[in-house]
Design a binder for this molecule. Structure first.
Ligand code: ADP
Ligand code: MG
Length: 616
């Protein structure tokens, strides 16, 4: 039955809900959709190619070119042609600096910042570059369907952490997409094969994904329609590109081509790389390769000898993944192949032999992830019945801590229902009340986020600062209702409030909040570091005062004077906005105070041993 919806603003009829699936790959990306239970991968105008190379070229006229047309510039214009941007998503410079030598473009080199890519004098974030690929895919499918789309499901590797997933979502937003769900690539591949659609069945699946530049293997347990990742393993620098390089090196040796001429002649290098890839693909269904002009040849035996070391490496990873999942190889029920490089017959047969069972390879291995994403999208659209939809929180939820910092308790994209808690304490001696202010949003300072409510935890028994144990617990139910409970554990006092988190916020407002958090990430990081330094400084001044009071009898007047002077320096620094100055002043104070603290401790221990009671 077709669904008919009405646009409440215009009163016009709108078409049936369509959610599209996107495989945003390191080497290639694809877009797909499901209609009447059938999945379709959207092809280019020629109707030949479904893969969009994940390559972005910035030409000298300031235009941005994506896909096949961009790929042509990889070798001739490497500094303006970005590939493998997925590797940089959600990463800081410190995370990727060791891999920098492998990149032919410039990345920004400041340790505490998110990676940026430099072209001419402009810096681009991996999020905005990924958004360019997504925009291209959005245009492709809109042209194909003849209508606008916005809702999507995007896939990511199972090993992606929260910030990488977040970055993927942010890229979607930036491309004008509404990312309803991020799902794991191996989960999508299983769905494409219909695994997990039968809720009665419990299965253990190994998904082997050998793409262009990365290899990963995931072991999944599927029970009641829920996909659990038991383990993942792999190598982020192992894939089809390495096979191309091995073939190229073989030809260079065979034909006495000097390495220097390859470096000098980018055109020659590019031609050989493309020929090598062509030979590799040709040998998946033929026994012999010969280039058109006859000067480069490769037979299957030689090719397989070149692939063997790479295959062996992947098997080591598989072995480790199976072990980490606490399983034996014989306990794996199904094996699924993903990634263009699994088209190589030797890899297929090698795996069948290793697992001692036939493997799933009927679907195009470079399309299965996109197909699965489209199936998941169709389930979300409500076109497949009997599936429980697990929803996620659109924005992070947290409370305000010292200095106006946002402390996230439930991160965005958490599956709901969810509950999470965190412990806090007081910052002042004898503090009786604690204000708990609840916020929603992604910025580091609460003033930029959205306040949902606040309440006061009263009657905390008088204790020294840092002694009370206050637990703040968030419970978010399936309807988006948030319950916040604060309890002082030593006294048992607790207060609870109910807040509706999702209501009263429009899609636009949510989008704006997310964009703001991306736009201000750097400024926020700096402001946060300054506030944290100030908080730490304040607590050091407090404890230094206490220390002087308690140990006056064993300190020299000159030592007390110096302590005061260091504390004074710190106070002055804290009045300013220079984080490094505050940290310096803290270090100076600590360095001076540490030997004194040691002396005080020795003195107190000695006194205790003599039978005199310890000071409080
Ligand atoms: P990713 O997931 O990294 O984006 P893909 O799954 O699209 O990448 O895999 C791309 C890789 O697959 C490339 O190295 C390409 O050369 C390789 N490939 C595609 N077809 C074949 C084939 N018939 N035989 C061997 N390798 C292939
Ligand atoms: Mg892939």
């Amino acid at each position: 039955m077709a669904k008919i919806s009405i646009n409440m603003k215009s009163g016009e009829l709108v078409e049936e809900e369509l959610i599209v699936g996107i495989d945003l790959g390191t080497t290639n990306s694809l877009v797909a959709y499901a209609k009447s239970g059938k999945t379709n991968i959207v092809k280019d105008d020629s109707g030949q190619n479904s893969l969009v190379p994940s390559v972005i070229h910035f030409n000298t006229q300031g235009e941005i070119i994506v896909g096949e047309a961009a790929k042509k510039n990889l070798i001739t214009s490497p500094e303006r042609t970005i590939y493998s941007v997925k590797r940089l998503l959600g990463k800081s410079y410190a995370d990727v600096k060791n891999a920098e030598a492998n990149l032919s473009y410039d990345i920004i080199d400041q340790e505490d910042q998110l990676v940026k890519i430099k072209i001419d004098d402009v810096f681009y974030s991996p999020v905005s570059l990924s958004a360019e690929i997504l925009k291209y895919l959005k245009l492709r499918i809109e042209k194909h369907l003849g209508r606008k789309i916005s809702k999507t499901v995007i896939t990511v590797p199972a090993y992606f952490n929260d910030s990488q997933r977040q970055a993927t979502r942010d890229a979607g937003k930036l491309a004008g997409l509404d990312v309803l769900r991020i799902i794991n690539e191996p989960t999508a591949a299983s769905l494409a094969y219909g695994i997990g659609l039968d809720k009665e069945k419990t299965e253990t699946v190994a998904v082997y994904d050998l793409g262009g530049g990365t290899f990963d293997v995931s072991i999944l347990r599927i029970e009641d329609g829920v996909f659990d990742v038991l383990s993942t393993n792999g190598d982020t620098y192992l894939g089809g590109d390495d096979i191309d390089k091995a073939i190229l090196n073989y030809w260079v040796a065979e034909n006495n081509i000097s390495k220097a001429s390859l470096v000098d002649d980018k055109g020659l290098n590019q031609m050989l790389r493309l020929l090598a890839e062509e030979a590799k693909k040709h040998l998946s269904s033929n026994a012999h390769y010969k280039s058109e002009d006859g000067s480069f040849t490769l037979d299957k035996g030689t090719f397989e000898a070149l692939v063997k070391p790479l295959f062996d490496k992947t098997i080591n990873c598989v072995e480790q993944a199976v072990k980490d999942a606490d399983l034996k190889v014989s306990e794996i029920d199904e094996v699924i192949l993903v990634g263009g490089s699994t088209r190589i017959p030797m890899i297929k047969s090698g795996l069948a032999e290793y697992f001692k069972k036939p493997i799933y390879d009927e679907l195009n291995p470079d399309e299965v992830v996109a197909m699965g994403a489209a199936i998941q999208a169709d389930i979300l659209a409500g076109n497949t019945k009997g599936f429980l939809l697990i929803d996620v929180t659109p924005l992070s939820l947290g409370i305000e801590t010292m200095g106006g910092l946002m402390d996230t308790i439930i991160p965005r994209n958490s599956k709901i229902p969810v509950s999470a808690g965190r412990s806090y304490t007081t910052s002042v001696d004898g503090q009786k009340n604690l204000k708990v202010a609840v916020y929603q949003g992604e910025r580091d300072l609460v003033e930029h986020n959205r306040k949902l409510g606040e309440f006061i935890l009263k009657d905390i028994p008088p204790m020294a600062a840092g002694m009370p144990k206050i637990e703040v617990h968030f419970i978010l139910d399936a309807d988006g209702i948030l319950k916040v409970r604060a309890s002082e554990l030593r006294s048992g006092h607790s207060t609870e409030v109910k807040i509706k988190s999702q209501y009263g916020i429009s899609e636009e407002e949510m989008g704006r909040m997310l964009l703001d958090s991306i736009k201000h990430a750097e400024v926020d990081m700096k402001a946060k570091a300054l506030l944290e330094a100030k908080n730490e400084g304040r607590s050091i001044v407090l404890s230094s005062n206490k220390f002087i009071k308690q140990n006056a009898e064993i300190l020299d007047p000159s030592e007390i004077e110096s302590l005061h002077s260091h504390m004074n320096d710190l106070n002055i620094a804290m009045n300013g906005d220079n984080k490094d100055a505050i940290n310096n002043a803290m270090n100076n104070l600590n360095e001076f105070a540490n030997p004194l603290a040691q002396r005080a401790m020795d003195y107190n221990i000695k006194k205790a041993l003599e039978g005199t009671s310890l000071k409080d």
